[in-house]
Structure formats: structure tokens, C-alpha cells
Design a protein around this ligand. Structure first.
Ligand code: WTA
Length: 647
């Protein structure tokens, strides 16, 4: 795959932390001598008891072991807060930018430390102990960061559930984690609209799955009306006032859990990806510094919601571990109008803007003038993550938002990987729009064919990682077998990413997207199986199949084939009802874009749905459907094509 254009290392990055020669040398060392490399770089964070062992890992599925810095102890909140107090206690740790453009708050490291300590004490007072799971269902506000860091301080495992998920989805996550505690707010605000968080929690707690919950801490944020359950609900602000401003941090082993975060897989219910403390802190901190060429004083803005891994690693833990000023934006980039993103950059003199391709495409659709009235001259670096970026969106981001002054780092990684795995270091690599380029230190990507042979040279294949890195997930919460099966059973001895990729003549990687049944809709992962099981739970639906199709803004859209129960009429009203049904069961991110009535679904003789064919019909690539000879009833395909015209 040849690049149409190559951008040389920019002059502004000539004195970057890592130049090309340094990258080559450091990368080589990280692979040849991981103990030496990580033993040295692990010291970038503060340990209570220093580690003597560095890497103890095996990807042999019969003997799987992923342990880093295993005899060291530390506390993540100390690394994000306490250690900065002496030198930069009064520096702003978090810039909060509210949904409304006239609302900003600046929280210093000292203030954030005190708030965190207070809330940590409050949690202790409620009976939260080391190892307990605490669910957060919160807006993008300072108190959310406080609650996460407070959990880390006392060794509780936070499980942040994106506030766009429905009560049912929330209940399932609470139940799976056995979470006795929930932290929420009365309401969230996004794009001028209020989101009834507390009421969603109330509904979630009516589900049997969530019956484990004992206490709900509720932040009075908007002052919106809500119901109150005296025996269960506790007032966040009241707790904060009463709590002591100092809390002794819990001494955590490097391999003690820091947090879990649910993400979608190709089968079954979402899985709780578990991350531990030591390796995660080292890796998010080092990647934040080198991938984004972070400089003291830079304002760093990662637009991801803290409900996703990007928000965990690069809004919170990585930047705070490095003593950065991180920007937390409550709203959406297009409110009150499309210039908001540029206005925020100017207002806070943002140096680094890290965002998702879907947001760029949405702005791009408005035309070049959407940035009018803003200068964005403070930007030194741009970054993207979460989905493949099409070269056109890359060029637009570079030209219109970055004024052709700021290199773009296209970073490939996953909830499971904890931090950036493949991405250009801006002082070391030329940029190619659409390519994530080279692996970070310690990361060994490889391409395998479907038989498990490693492919050499310029080629395409399934992306695997051959050895462990410090921020790798350690297990799926409560289901270690599933962890082994999902990631280590497709191929022997390597971590399977679920993504496809190409490697060009220069050795640069181009991620092509998921090769499994996971959709990537606006940068959000969604299992086709999740949407299907939501649909078949409707009593008029007999069968459903969900596939992705190319979508201009979302990257991938959700295309649903529905077979109705005998005697049910396929009406527009029913179509709308099913769309609402899915939104209620999962959340607005799962809203189907297209529902096509299907008299039958193409199946093999053994009854397996042939998604390959459904994907082609959905993408309008019907000229070449491939081999349909194994279908039990080939006539089904003609019917689907015919119906498609009327969708
Ligand atoms: C996709 C988000 C292409 C990929 C950090 C991966 C990407 C999934 C990129 C993980 C990129 C992420 N280029 N595709 N730069 N970054 N992806 O867990 O399919 O929400 O497997 O983590 O997003 O999504 P997740």
C-alpha cells in the first residue's frame, strides 16, 4: 500500500524528545532487552517499594502469565497527585470547560489532591474497601476525575460506565462486576441537553442484575429534580464537606487491579477488561510523553469521554502522572455551533488536540469555514485514535484545524492494550495520512494469515502482538477462560487483536479495521451479537442479523436485517419501534441506521448466517457476492437484494 503523500518530520519537532536514531536504538533495546529497558523506564513513576523484577510474561495459552514489576508497590493517585505538590502544587491540573461556553474552572494539583483525599475518606466511610468494585455513571466533570482517583487512592476498582448507556446496559455492567457502590449525578449536560443520570440509575437498580447495589452516591450538579431513596442514596457534596482533607494512600502491588472497563467483543455480553496498577501507570505515562511529545506547560486536550479507555489513559492517568494540564470538556464539539472546538483551543491555548476521526469528519462535513473566527495557533500536535482515519479527513484535520503547523499522530490501540501501541513519534517518523506507522517501544506487531503463518514483508493480514507490554489487560473480570479464548486461542503464542492491517515497503502499518464481528461506530465498539440479542428480545422479531456498512461520518453504520414472527406486518411504525427498542436496551450509540425486512437470512446448510453476503448487500457491493453455493437456500439472497431497493 503506497502512500499518496508523505509528510516529512516537521521543523517544529526537530528538538522532540525522540528523534529517528533514538527511536531505532531505543526500540531495538526494548525488544532485545525488555528487562533492561523497562527496568529503567519503570522508574519514571514513584514506587513505594521499588521492584526488583521487571517482566514475567508468557503468551503460551496453557501457561499464560502477564506480570510486570511484580514485587513493586505503588499508588496511582500518589503518582497523579502527591508527587507533583512540591514543584507544581499550584499549577492547573484540570481545566474544566463546561457545556456552555462561558463556564470554565481551573483545578490545581493541590485542590485536586484535597478533593481526592476527601472523597477517598468518604468512600471509606461508606464501607468501600480495597478490591471492591465501584461503578461510576457520570458526566465529563471534575468530580468524575476525583471519584476515579479516590478509588485508586483506597485500592477500590473503578468501573466507569459511559453515561450514554441505557439503564439496562448499566445494570448488566453493575451485576457483572458485583459492584455494591454506584456514583452518579442528578443530571449530565451535553450539547444543551440534560441527561437524567440519577433516574437512569434508579431504573437500572430495578433490574435483578443490579440488586447487589447498597449505596448510590449522588452529586447534585444541575439541581434537576430527582427521586431520593433515603436508605440507599447519599449526597456527594455533603460527604465532601464532612470528610477529612488527607487520606493515607493504600499501598498497592503493581499487579493489583486499578480499574475495569467494559468493552464489546464479537460474541456474548460486553467484557470487563481488567487493568492493573504498575505497568499501566508506567506505560500511559511514557506513551503520553513520547507519542505526544509532551512538554511541561503544554495544555493537553483529549476529547474522549472518560467512559472510554482513551479518556482513562490520556485525559486522566497519563497526563496527570506527567504533571500536565489536562482539559476536560463536558460537551460536544459542535455546541453551540461548529466553531466550538476551535474556540476552546484558543481560549485555553491548547498545545495538543487528541480526538477521533468521526468528530473530524462531522466538522469537515460543515466545510472549511467551520473554523472561521478562531486561530488555533497554539496547536503543536494533533492526534487521532479509535478508528481508521481516511486520508481525506487526515488532510482536512492537518490543513484546516492544524493550519499545516501541527503534525498528526494516528495512534492505534485498544481498551485491552491500555495505551498507544502503534503510532508515529512526531520527531522520529515521517507521516503518511491513513497510516499509524510504527510500533511503540516494546511492542512487536506481526501479520498472520488465517492458517497462523507469519507473513513477511509488504503485505496484509491479521494483526497480532508477539510479546507482552506493560499496560496489557490482565484478564476479563470474572472470566479468565474467556480472556484466554478471546485473545490467545486464535493463534499459538501471540495476542490476537481482532484487527486487520497492511504493512508497506517501509515497514509502516496501516490498520484496516476489525476482522471479527465487532463494529466501530463513530469510534465506539459495538458487538453485532449485542445488537442482535437486543432485537430478538422483541416479541415480534423472529431473527436478526447485524452488519456494518461504510458511513461517511460514523465510519461504520449499523445495518440490521430483521425477520419478523409469522403473521407480523413489516410497517414503518414497527421499524421506528425497533429503533427505539435498541436504543433503550443499549443506548443511543447503538441506534440502527438501516433496518431491512428480511423474509429469510442467508444460511449455510449447518445453519450459520453468512454475514459476508449480508455485508456486501448492506455496502451495495452486490456485483460480486462471492461463493453462494454453500447456501441452504440461494433464493434468499435474491429476495434480500430486491427488498433492499425499498428500504
Ligand atoms: C480501532 C480505542 C484504525 C481498532 C483506543 C481497535 C483503530 C478498536 C485505531 C479499539 C487507529 C483504534 N486506526 N483503527 N488509529 N485506533 N482503532 O477498545 O479496530 O475503543 O481494535 O480503543 O478501535 O477500540 P477501543
Amino acid at each position: 500500500m503506497a502512500a499518496d503523500s508523505v509528510y516529512p518530520i516537521s521543523d517544529s519537532m526537530k528538538d522532540a524528545h525522540i528523534n529517528r536514531e533514538q527511536y531505532e536504538a531505543m526500540y531495538r533495546e526494548s525488544i532485545e532487552d525488555p528487562d533492561g529497558f523497562w527496568g529503567r523506564h519503570g522508574k519514571r513513576i514513584d514506587w513505594m517499594r521499588p521492584y526488583t523484577k521487571v517482566k514475567n510474561t508468557s503468551f503460551d495459552r496453557n501457561n499464560l502469565s502477564i506480570r510486570w514489576f511484580e514485587d513493586g508497590t505503588l499508588n496511582a493517585s500518589v503518582n497523579c497527585l502527591d508527587r507533583h505538590l512540591a514543584d507544581r502544587g499550584d499549577q492547573t491540573a484540570i481545566i474544566f470547560e463546561g457545556d456552555e461556553p462561558d463556564v470554565s474552572r481551573y483545578v490545581s494539583y493541590r485542590e485536586l489532591h484535597e478533593k481526592t483525599c476527601r472523597f477517598a475518606n468518604a468512600l471509606k466511610g461508606l464501607g468501600v474497601k480495597k478490591g471492591d468494585v465501584v461503578t461510576l455513571y457520570m458526566p465529563m466533570i471534575v468530580e468524575t476525575a476525583v471519584a476515579m482517583l479516590a478509588c485508586a487512592r483506597i485500592g477500590a476498582i473503578h468501573s466507569v460506565v459511559f453515561a450514554g448507556f441505557s439503564p439496562e446496559a448499566l445494570a448488566a455492567r453493575i451485576g457483572n462486576g458485583g459492584s455494591r457502590f454506584v456514583i452518579t449525578a442528578d443530571e449530565g449536560v451535553r450539547g444543551g441537553r440534560r441527561i437524567p443520570l440519577k433516574s437512569n440509575v434508579d431504573q437500572a437498580l430495578e433490574e435483578p442484575a443490579a440488586s447487589v447495589v447498597e449505596r448510590v452516591v449522588v452529586l447534585g450538579y444541575t439541581g434537576g429534580a430527582m427521586q431520593w431513596h433515603d436508605s440507599r442514596d447519599v449526597d456527594f457534596n455533603g460527604l465532601m464537606e464532612e470528610a477529612e482533607p488527607w487520606c493515607e494512600p493504600e499501598e498497592m502491588n503493581a499487579e493489583d487491579p486499578l480499574f475495569m472497563l467494559y468493552t464489546s467483543g464479537s460474541t456474548g455480553a460486553p467484557k470487563g477488561v481488567l487493568h492493573t496498577t504498575g505497568g499501566y501507570m508506567v506505560y500511559t505515562s511514557i506513551t503520553h510523553e513520547y507519542v505526544f511529545d509532551y512538554r511541561p506547560g503544554d495544555v493537553f486536550w483529549c476529547t474522549a469521554d472518560v467512559g472510554w479507555i482513551t479518556g482513562h489513559s490520556y485525559t486522566l492517568y497519563g497526563p496527570l502522572a506527567n504533571g500536565a494540564t489536562t482539559l476536560l470538556y463536558e460537551g460536544i464539539p459542535t455546541y453551540p455551533d461548529e466553531s466550538r472546538l476551535g474556540r476552546i483551543v484558543d481560549k485555553h491555548q491548547v498545545a495538543t488536540l487528541y480526538t477521533a476521526p468521526t468528530g473530524i469528519r462531522a466538522l469537515m462535513a460543515g466545510g472549511d469555514h467551520v473554523m472561521d473566527g478562531t486561530s488555533r495557533t497554539s496547536l503543536r500536535l494533533l492526534g487521532t485514535a479509535g478508528e481508521p482515519i481516511n486520508p481525506q479527513a487526515w488532510e482536512w484535520f492537518y490543513r484546516v484545524i492544524g493550519n499545516e503547523q501541527a503534525p498528526i499522530v494516528d495512534t492505534w490501540w485498544q481498551t485491552e492494550t491500555g495505551g498507544v501501541m502503534i503510532g508515529p513519534l512526531p520527531g522520529a517518523m515521517e507521516l503518511k495520512p491513513g497510516s499509524a506507522t510504527r510500533p511503540f517501544f516494546g511492542v512487536q506487531p506481526a501479520l498472520f494469515d488465517s492458517e497462523g503463518n507469519e507473513l513477511e514483508g509488504a503485505t496484509g493480514g491479521n494483526l497480532v502482538i508477539k510479546d507482552s507490554w506493560p499496560a496489557q489487560m490482565r484478564t476479563i473480570f470474572g472470566d479468565h477462560e474467556r480472556f484466554i479464548k478471546t485473545y490467545f486461542s486464535t493463534y499459538d503464542g501471540v495476542y490476537f487483536t481482532g484487527d486487520g492491517a497492511k504493512r508497506d515497503e517501509d515497514g509502516d502499518y496501516w490498520i484496516t479495521g476489525r476482522v471479527d464481528d465487532v463494529l466501530n461506530v463513530s469510534g465506539h465498539r459495538l458487538g453485532t451479537a449485542e445488537v442482535e440479542s437486543a432485537l430478538v428480545a422483541h416479541d415480534k422479531v423472529a431473527e436478526a442479523a447485524v452488519v456494518g456498512y461504510p458511513h461517511d461520518v460514523k465510519g461504520e453504520g449499523i445495518y440490521v436485517y430483521v425477520t419478523l414472527m409469522k403473521g407480523e406486518e413489516p410497517t414503518d411504525a414497527l421499524r421506528d419501534e425497533l429503533v427505539q427498542w435498541v436504543r433503550q436496551r443499549i443506548g443511543p450509540i447503538a441506534t440502527p441506521d438501516v433496518i431491512q425486512w428480511a423474509p429469510g437470512l442467508p444460511k449455510t446448510r449447518s445453519g450459520k448466517i453468512m454475514r459476508r453476503i449480508l455485508r456486501k448487500i448492506a455496502s451495495n457491493e452486490t456485483d460480486n457476492l462471492g461463493d453462494t453455493s454453500t447456501l441452504a437456500d440461494p433464493g434468499v439472497v435474491d429476495e434480500l437484494m430486491e427488498y433492499r431497493a425499498f428500504r
